[in-house]
Ligand binder design. Sequence first.
Ligand code: SPV
Ligand code: MG
Length: 577
Amino acid sequence: MTLLNNILPEQRRGKLKALLEAGKTVRVLEAHNGLSGIIANMVEVTGESDGQAVVRQFDAIWESSLTDSASKGHPDIEVVTFDSRLHSINEILAVTDKPMIVDGDTGGDANTFEYTVSKLERAGVSAVIIEDKVFPKRNSLEAGIQQNLQEPEVFAQKIRRGKSIQKSSEFMIIARIESLIAGKPMEDALNRATQYLQAGVDGIMIHSKSKNPNEILEFAKKYQVILDDLNLKKPLVCVPTTYNKITEDELSSAGFNIIIYANHLLRSSYMAMMETAKVLLRNQRSLEADPLCTPVREIFKTVGFLDVKEKDQQDEQTSNIPVIIPAAGEDLVLKEILNGKPKAMLEIGGKTLIDHQIQSLSNANLADITVIAGYGKDNLHAEGINILENPGYQKGSVLNSLLIAKEKMTNGFIMLYSDILMEDHILSKLKECKEDIVLVADNSTQYHQPEEGNILDYIISKNHYKPARREIRFISENVVANIGNKINPETATHEFIGLARFSKTGAEQFLETYSDVVSNFTGRFQESADISKLNFTDLIQEMIDRGFAVHYIEIHKGWLEIHNADHIALAQKSFST
Ligand code: SPV
Ligand code: MG
């Protein structure tokens, strides 16, 4: 989670000094934007050393002028403005928590440098390294370039001015000596080191573009003598880009305290990008390029998108999910018992069916309940519910009733048939689901046969799974292949109990499919004889056919449906015990 990586400037700034004071050889990796910053910040390798498990990471981030300029398509000649550099610096700081060393180029003149120090220190940067060239400098690695060195006295004064302006004792100003890059003798480098140390610099970087580390090793030895003479202890920095055979341990033993891998993430990504682009051109499609590419999901994970998704889902789960209960239809089997009342008002154990449902919903913290009334609407009452009316209830479509509450669906919703009673754990389990469309499915179909007035909605799961014995299954594997009341009970794996949950995305998919179906089709549709009588299960089957994933949570019994007098008797019995 990149936001959690972020720390405050005052928490970060002192980290570099602390590492150095602890005697650590600080391993630094270049970053040129937020993503490479995240990599530098979090990448690690694990291994073993002397029988001990070790985890190796980078200790700090180098914000390089070469790679910041190059990633903007510019040469490294101080042409990228400081504000633009600061933008990249802040981009990296926003998603990392390791100390950052900024490549300050020449630092400009002393006045400019004061502003640079002030802004970097305020941002939480731990150190700036400035090089003793004349502004505008040229990158040090290219041969045959005129490298103009600044007078050491002028540069030393710039250091003094920078040191005088910083506010904390944590921020470090490091002087980078370019004598060896400019073809000057070792004496020049050592003389400059002495002057810069006397001006109060916090460390020295000796740069070289030689393939061989000998000159920086010689400098390191003599630097130690200077420090001893001045009775100082100031870190020494190197950038082993060209002399790349030498190991960190060898550099550390030679007296280097900070080792900077200055451009490797940019150079390696450039190579990978070129290769991928060419593979696309050669093949005129992307299949062959895929093995060269990180899966999108990995990027999502790295930049925190998956965390966002999870948080959104948690918000959805904890927020008050609207519940819609379509209760408009007339029940012809229980007509006499109901005597003009809607079925939701049927009394069971001294309480109406709707009140039983409200109780279960409130036990699951679901209080936003909308009931769709139709038949006997004036006799429908319950506390704490919204009632909407479906004037076309005689068509007998649960789906039409459900869609009367369309406005309630936008951020996700739960649908509950008006004639079912269930144990509390079923709703809790449903609320926890992360999938976009989840139906509650009972696997005890073998105990129930279709009876008069009782149309069962059967499910065939995608893997035709019929549990033979106990086992653990995860909801992600539970996918519905078929749903409907015309499915042969012998082939059904489950029964849909009339309870379903739609996430925000699931609700969007549901509404889009519905609107497409009703505007583009007529006559028979899925199991319905006419599109105007479309059932909930017809639309779900249509969504499955269109490739939307419909999941189910599996339950085993624990619920009742009220379709005839026997069911009422059974429910009475349950509630009396
Ligand atoms: C940079 O990374 O921008 C540096 C190091 O200054 S070098 O490119 O080697 O000069
Ligand atoms: Mg640079």
